[in-house]
Design a protein around this ligand. Structure first.
Ligand SMILES: Cc1cc2nc3c(=O)[nH]c(=O)nc-3n(C[C@H](O)[C@H](O)[C@H](O)COP(=O)(O)O)c2cc1C
Length: 315
């Protein structure tokens, strides 16, 4: 039996990644209803809103779903207790050590997978007692580990040295990518970018189209020497930031203007020349965009994505 299926109770071991503000009930319920695992984010730090989203999920689907607890971003520790008591059965922890959270989550009977960006974090998480790992290569972003390791290399190393179930993440965007991850020892996959561009994703059409239009060399890692490090679409703005070598944290304050306003410039204000957005070029500007680009060719339904892979995952 595929252990990820056993742990999650879903039909297909396809997990929708946690993404601040985006991974809420509209998208997560579509994924869960299609047989995958929808995840509700808490990295936005909006505790009440995230709890309300968990409650909404109970109305929108009778299928399993999960919640992510990103350790680095937890400003209100009560969220851990509240999630543990929310009735959810699966939690992914990320961006830090899961050691402190595990007693609460395991006492409540939850299955806990930890997101790891390198081998040493994987070994520590297994020692701490997690049920499984989400092994995420540098294709998936950056702020969890500026010293990025590719999904291909990381999966092989972690599979070699551990025996817990693995969900692979970072740069996976179709059935072939999923099959490759399984060949390397994964029993499930997690995708972010692909689901951001799905029809049920709440983000602005400009952002979906920018993802669809990006090609294989279309991203760049920014702010490698500082924090947070992110992978972004290689736009004029991103090149500018890359040349400068770093950017200020306030830039992140504008991320919702990219996500939901379709303002692909999303400038932080201070320190950046004010050119204003160019409506002819929605892909200009910095925005969080990991590496699994080039597919799909147009926004597709998240449900269709999950369902379309049933042949691969039935084995
Ligand atoms: C738009 C966007 C926002 C994200 N936000 C978060 C976040 O708030 N917290 C987090 O732990 N990971 C975040 N991620 C990373 C995803 O959880 C996931 O690991 C990654 O997207 C997987 O790689 P892929 O996009 O190539 O599928 C984000 C990814 C994207 C694309």
């Amino acid at each position: 039996m595929n252990r990820v299926l056993a742990h999650t109770g879903v039909k297909y071991p396809i997990v929708q990644a946690p993404m601040g503000w985006i991974a809420r009930s509209q998208l997560a319920s579509a994924v869960s209803n299609a047989g995958g695992l929808g995840i509700i984010e808490t990295s936005s730090g909006e505790v009440e809103a995230c709890l309300a989203e968990i409650e909404k999920m109970k109305d929108l689907t009778d299928k399993p779903f999960g919640v992510n607890l990103p350790i680095l971003f937890i400003k209100e520790p009560r969220i851990v207790d509240l999630v543990a008591k929310s009735g959810v059965k699966f939690v992914s922890t990320s961006a830090g050590s899961p050691t402190k959270l595990l007693p609460t989550l395991k006492a409540a009977g939850l299955i806990v997978y930890h997101v790891v960006p390198n081998l040493s974090s994987a070994l520590k998480a297994v020692d701490a007692g997690v049920d499984g790992l989400i092994v995420e290569g540098g294709e998936g972003g950056g702020f969890k580990n500026p010293d990025d390791v590719s999904t291909l290399v990381l999966l092989q190393g972690v599979r070699e040295r551990t025996d817990v179930p693995i969900i692979a993440a970072g740069g996976i965007c179709d059935g072939r990518g999923m099959a490759a991850a399984f060949a390397l020892g994964a029993e499930g996959i997690q995708m972010g970018t692909r689901f951001v561009s799905a029809a049920e994703s709440p983000v602005h059409a400009n952002y979906k189209q920018a993802i669809v239009d990006a090609d294989d060399t279309g991203t760049v890692m920014l702010n490698r020497k500082s924090s947070p490090c992110v992978r972004a679409l290689k736009t004029e703005r991103a090149r500018e930031i890359d040349r400068a070598g770093s950017f200020d944290r306030p830039l992140f304050g504008r991320v919702r203007d990219v996500y939901f306003g379709g303002d692909m410039e999303a400038r932080a204000g201070a320190g950046w020349p004010d050119r204003g957005p160019d409506p002819r070029d929605p892909a200009r500007g910095r925005h969080h965009r990991p590496h699994g680009r080039g597919l799909p060719r147009h926004p597709q339904a998240a449900g269709r994505e999950v369902d379309g892979w049933r042949v691969l995952t039935a084995t």
